[in-house]
Design a protein around this ligand. Structure first.
Ligand SMILES: NC(=O)c1ccc[n+]([C@@H]2O[C@H](COP(=O)([O-])OP(=O)(O)OC[C@H]3O[C@@H](n4cnc5c(N)ncnc54)[C@H](O)[C@@H]3O)[C@@H](O)[C@H]2O)c1
Ligand SMILES: O=c1ccn([C@@H]2O[C@H](COP(=O)(O)OP(=O)(O)O[C@H]3O[C@H](CO)[C@@H](O)[C@H](O)[C@H]3O)[C@@H](O)[C@H]2O)c(=O)[nH]1
Length: 343
């Protein structure tokens, strides 16, 4: 049994690959390297460089590697970019997921775990979100993912395909063994941006809006550590292998941190008081996204190991130190991932 990991050279996908290898699974990665990097794929793991929307390539990869399970991470993921380029997002996320599904169903793939997002909930009214909260995304990114969720559920009903949809809240942190982290070029994610500012790789952090209806006016997000999230994928696969029903699960910790609180945590952990400035709100940003995690804990038996903002920030900082040029333009040497796999 081989698991095809689309987007396995990216941030979350690379951590899932490590978790799968640690669990003794066989993996093949399909990635076009648009935001991912070859170096994120551990030695010994086959990497097929190509487009997940290329049905012929997907069919060939499934046949060549005897794939019967897929984890589908490949996507474009930046909310404001989706507002500026909606058609690009529908193509990358919705149409290419359809192509992957068609090839998978035709080849008899049995199980699919799909990366969805809290952005499908839109601008929620309540404090925490259960999976049954209204699905009213407020940006094209969220809509592109919600359409994919619907296609997957419909295809699963019509064909012998088991599926789990995981709706991630905000992913952050890095592999605790230092084997992987977030290397996306020009990353826009708050924790990474703040860590880069602490290390002198950026001059400042802009806070996008401090007039939201939240406790300090800045947006609240539920930051989930990336290896905890990778474990949720393994739990989802086990659930399906044991005959579990198709299902949707929130992935978060059930508590929100504000932009101010994240910046304070990065300042405290790094010991650096970097400049922060107020900026306009960003297009498509909901004020608050916090998960209710009852279902994933109950049905999948998932329990997180790193549910502490300071721990997450410390991991992100350690990773950033290993990959970022510092203020003088020096690049810190990065430990080779391959050498430490299964260390
Ligand atoms: N990072 C987050 O906070 C977050 C939150 C919610 C959901 N997600 C979802 O998680 C998944 C992974 O996100 P990430 O943070 O690892 O992003 P990422 O950009 O680091 O990884 C995406 C990977 O997919 C590859 N890719 C993109 N388009 C492709 C295509 N057409 N064909 C083949 N490969 C392609 C990229 O090269 C990259 O390696 C995405 O589906 C995203 O929507 C992420
Ligand atoms: O330099 C920055 C970067 C971010 N923010 C704010 O910080 C919060 C988090 O932003 P970011 O880290 O960019 O993540 P989101 O826009 O919340 O989106 C992430 O989290 C979503 C799930 O909640 C996923 O669907 C997306 O793929 C993923 O990019 C938002 O309020 C931003 O406005 C700033 O104030 N300054």
């Amino acid at each position: 049994m081989t698991i095809l990991v689309t987007g396995g050279a990216g941030y979350v996908g690379a951590h899932a690959v490590l978790a799968l290898l640690d669990a003794g699974e066989q993996v093949v990665v399909l990635d076009d390297l648009s935001t991912g990097s070859r170096a994120a794929v551990p030695d010994g793991v086959p990497l097929v460089v190509g487009d997940v929307g290329d049905a012929a390539l997907v069919s060939r990869t499934i046949a060549d590697h005897r794939v019967d399970e897929i984890m589908h991470f490949a996507a474009r993921i930046v909310v404001p970019e989706s507002v500026a380029d909606p058609l690009g997002y529908y193509e990358a996320n919705t149409m290419k997921t359809r192509a992957l599904l068609a090839a998978s169903v035709a080849a008899g793939v049995r199980r699919l775990v799909f990366s969805s997002t809290a952005a499908v909930y839109g601008e929620p009214a309540g404090s925490t979100l259960t999976e049954d909260a209204p699905l009213v995304p407020i940006n094209p990114y969220g809509r592109s993912k919600l359409m994919s969720e619907w296609m997957i559920a419909d295809a699963a009903r019509a064909h012998a395909l088991g599926y789990v949809v995981l709706r991630y809240f905000n992913v952050a942190g890095a592999d605790p063994k230092g084997r992987a982290g977030q290397s996306t070029p020009n990353a826009t994610h708050l924790v990474k941006v703040a860590c880069q500012a602490a290390l002198g790789a950026r001059p400042e952090v802009a806070i996008y809006g401090d007039d939201n209806p939240t406790r300090d006016g800045t947006c609240l997000r539920d930051y989930i550590q990336v290896s905890d999230l990778a474990e949720a994928h393994l739990s989802a696969l086990r659930h399906l292998r044991e005959g579990g029903d198709g299902a949707v699960f929130n992935c978060g910790y059930g508590r929100g941190a504000s932009v101010h609180e994240v910046i304070e945590a990065v300042k405290r952990v790094s010991g650096v008081d970097f400049p922060v400035r107020r900026a306009e709100r960003r297009a498509g940003d909901p004020a608050s996204l916090v998960a209710d995690t009852t279902r994933i804990r109950r049905v999948l038996g998932w329990s997180p190991r790193f549910a502490d903002l300071h721990t997450i920030v410390a991991q992100a900082l350690a990773w950033e130190r290993s990959v970022s040029p510092d203020a003088d333009g020096r690049t810190y040497a990065r430990a080779r991932i391959a050498a430490s796999v299964n260390a």
